[in-house]
Design a protein around this ligand. Sequence first.
Ligand SMILES: [Mg+2]
Length: 408
Amino acid sequence: MFCYDIIIMNGRDIVNKRLIFHIDVNNAYLSWSATEMLKKGYKKDIRNQVAIIGGDEAKRHGIVLAKSMPAKKYNIVTAESIYSARKKYKNLLIIPPDHKLYKKYSDELYEYLSTLTPYVERYSIDECFLDMSGMNHFIKDPEEFANEIKSKIKIKFGYTVNVGIGNNKLCAKVASDFEKPDKVHTLYDNEIENKLWPLNVDDLFMVGKQTAKRLQSLKINTVYDLAHYPKEKLLKNFKSYGNILYNYANGIDDSPVENERSELKGIGNSITLPKDYENKDDIKVKLLELSEQVGRRIRKDKKYAYVVTLYIKYNDFTKLTHQRKLKNPINTDDDIYKIVLFLLDEVELKPIRSLGIRLTDLTTDKLEQISLFDNIKNNNDNIENLQYTIDELKTKYGKDIIKRASIK
Ligand SMILES: [Mg+2]
């Protein structure tokens, strides 16, 4: 839900800013395993021991998924091999991951947060966004409220979280990362100069190692440097992705908190890729497939969409939703695919694990704009008719009956 309430005050229009919380479980895998072990009667808290969560040591390819603070003191790092971690501390305690348990703990947390507001987005297994914007009347002091949530989670579930507060998702997420564990931080719009700009550019959300390197080669080292770099030059170097970089460096992000209900709305399809995709042409092939699938479904319902959203899950489990609202609603494969490609151009390319497309803001009325260019309108109608004919053929003879000559 994102709407801006406009309050008329002293004759001035004041835009009431959004209020977003980002809840992030501290060291989730280790905390959740520790909590469960204590529940089951294990006498020691593995959070206070030299312990890690990691794969099967016998198979030798196991790696460290999470480490305790004491393990960190022995320089054990995430993603190193268990073999190498063991060398750093002989009596290292190794707990195998329990993904079923983590899913259960994640669900419980999500359920609890959903009692606070209906606008909860599960961002990853251990992170949620909460849109608290409509609750200004109940929440006098957001920081105090966040502290209450934090202590309730600790008492109710037995582990700690960080809460980041901001006027959008980006700032809330950056804030929750400031100092850990068990902390509440704010990064409001008026704190961007003091709290966001001094950060190193690789601390910025959506800036991966590759991008950071390229930015540093342009002498952009801090978020301040990026926010003050000429936008045209960013666009020249990074194309549309430069837009996102520029906006994020300035703390600008208007993406909505999407709860499960809003994900159920509309028409969408997603696929988990057989391997991680990084090559743009491979990604395009999959996106074309998805465009055709959602296109067929929307036309079956005789509907048109105003909003096209591209969902990406990277292989590091970070997620990205990028969307575009259109002036005229669409429903042909070509139109959907064109918008999706446009969205793809605006995001960072790093190994992708799954892809999805969603069409929302559906309408049954195709907006018939009065146009002086009647031939263009006729042309569009022809494409649409052709599209329906193709759908019919596919229904009759199977979806492989007609294939495109090119993905461009
Ligand atoms: Mg976490």
